[in-house]
Design a protein around this ligand. Structure first.
Ligand code: FAD
Length: 445
């Protein structure tokens, strides 16, 4: 009898797991159940659809269900897992279109149900023109609303990377943009000086940034008209909340699967949960952080793909393991890339790790070649071992990928001294003779 793999959730982690497992073991009977109407699409591109770079939100779909079916992977859309009984290895699934219940048995299960954006509990969030952004339908609703002629003023609540991308998209569309958030800096996962640079560039393009301000309620008749904070009232035509996400795991409460307080499923380096043959990956799961040396919840597409692939490989019979993350992430805010890998000075202090830090400003490439722009690099390294523990970078978009050099250096436990003399390339259009990364490394005391 064929062994049966059920995958719940069909985006980054789920489809990576299903595809990899089928590739490794073509005899596996693989079925994916997805709550929504799409699988295998790139949410990360939604802000760029809003900006107008893509004609249709559906252009973000990487593979259609039929392309998976051709490879022998069964896909059911609009099917939601509602209960798991690990002792009998049965998952209960509801067809959301006709309400029918299915009891599906599995040999292996991958939970890749991701996370939903948090909508704050307050008056007025049900009004038209109030949005969250996560799925293709979400993107289409925001798009449809913003294209109305009378929609000028957009208010974005939350100053993390998603709202930075939406702010850029809306400014490009000629909208007036106000960003409101409670924390004292934008891009709160970076050190404060970088949050200030993000605010500066958005202000330069006309956005209003309101920090340390809390939204209390939303007002309007039928459609949103005003956002009320603890300071002021802001007339608005459209409002988007991007305040973080919450794992879609409440349906697992009685399953015995171990989760964090926030509901993220605890997994090991093989994407296995505490329950035999049940795996989890992506935005519904924890991941090992190599610098903090513990399981964390840092949901990102790049991690979802990798964790899902590991789950699929292990189920398919391989002995693969995920080495863990550094929390590497990058966002474009107008003309600038903001990237971070490893830990910041702020995070080191919170974790009680003794560090030193160095910040330098250099150029993206030699001034002898046109278009050279300023790049800021900050390195964080252990005070005693001198191992590099973190890097942050701000510069023109093309300079952003230098962050991966830092990620590799941190991954390989390099010190500023070893990084400072690596054989990097140089010609005037690409770098300065000492690249800004090495200028930073060599400035470390
Ligand atoms: P999800 O994408 O959340 O998919 C889970 C799927 O499971 C959903 O389709 C859901 O409908 C389904 N589901 C939920 N519950 C059930 C159930 N009970 N039964 C069946 N199906 C269920 N990451 C980056 O690394 N870089 C970026 O630049 C970036 N940009 C982003 C921009 C935006 C606007 C957004 C919203 C996200 C961005 N991300 C980015 C994050 C990235 O998209 C996610 O980390 C990634 O999609 C997670 O994949 P996942 O498969 O774990 O979960």
């Amino acid at each position: 009898k064929k062994e049966k793999l059920i995958v719940l959730g069909g985006v980054a982690a789920g489809m990576s797991a299903a595809s990899k497992a089928k590739r490794e073991n073509p005899n596996l009977d693989v079925t994916v159940y997805e709550r929504g109407g799409h699988v295998a699409y790139g949410q990360c591109g939604l802000p760029y659809y809003l900006a107008g770079y893509l004609k249709e939100a559906e252009d973000l779909i990487v593979r259609q269900p039929d392309q998976f079916r051709e490879k022998g992977i069964k896909i059911y859309l609009h099917h939601e897992a509602i209960k798991l009984d690990p002792s009998s290895k049965i998952v209960e699934i509801q067809n959301r279109q006709n309400g029918n219940l299915i009891k599906a048995s599995y040999d292996y299960l991958v939970i890749a149900t991701g996370a939903d954006p948090v909508c704050p509990a307050m008056q007025g969030t049900e009004l038209n023109g109030v949005h969250l952004l996560k799925t293709i339908p979400d993107g289409k609703k925001i798009h449809e609303n913003m294209m109305q002629e009378e929609v000028h003023q957009i208010t974005l609540v939350g100053g993390g990377y998603i709202n930075m991308e939406i702010a850029e998209a809306m400014l490009k569309r000629g909208k007036k943009v106000t960003v409101i958030q409670r924390p004292s800096q934008l891009l709160n996962t970076m050190d404060p000086e970088f949050g200030e640079m993000a605010a500066e560039i958005l202000r330069k393009y006309g956005a209003t940034i309101r920090l340390e301000e809390t939204v209390k309620k939303v007002e309007g008749e039928n459609k949103v008209q005003c956002v009320v904070t603890d300071w002021q009232r802001y007339p608005t035509d459209q409002l988007i909340f991007a305040l973080g996400i919450r794992p879609n795991t409440s349906w697992l409460k009685e399953s015995g699967i171990k989760m964090t307080e926030q509901g993220a499923i605890m997994v090991d380096e093989k994407s296995q949960t505490n329950v035999p043959d049940v795996f989890a990956a992506g935005d519904c799961a924890t991941v090992f952080h190599r610098i903090l040396n513990k399981q964390v919840y840092m949901p990102l597409g790049t991690t979802a793909n990798k964790q899902g692939k590991i789950a699929g490989a292990v189920i398919g019979g391989k002995n693969d393991s995920f080495p863990g993350i550094l929390g590497t992430s990058i966002v474009k805010v107008m003309d600038l890339a903001f990237g971070k890998t490893g830990i910041t000075e702020k995070e080191a202090a919170a974790a009680g790790i003794p560090v030193k830090a160095v910040t330098v400003k250099g150029q993206s490439h030699a001034k002898s070649y046109p278009g050279s722009e300023k790049v800021t690099v900050k390195l964080v390294y252990h005070r005693d071992s001198r191992h590099l523990l973190g890097g942050q970078i701000v510069g023109p978009v093309e300079a952003g990928k230098r962050l991966d050099v830092l990620a590799l250096a941190i991954f390989q436990k390099m010190t500023p001294e070893t990084l400072g003399l690596v054989d990097f390339c140089y010609a005037p259009p690409f770098a300065t003779v000492w690249d800004v990364i090495q200028i930073a490394a060599n400035a470390a005391e």
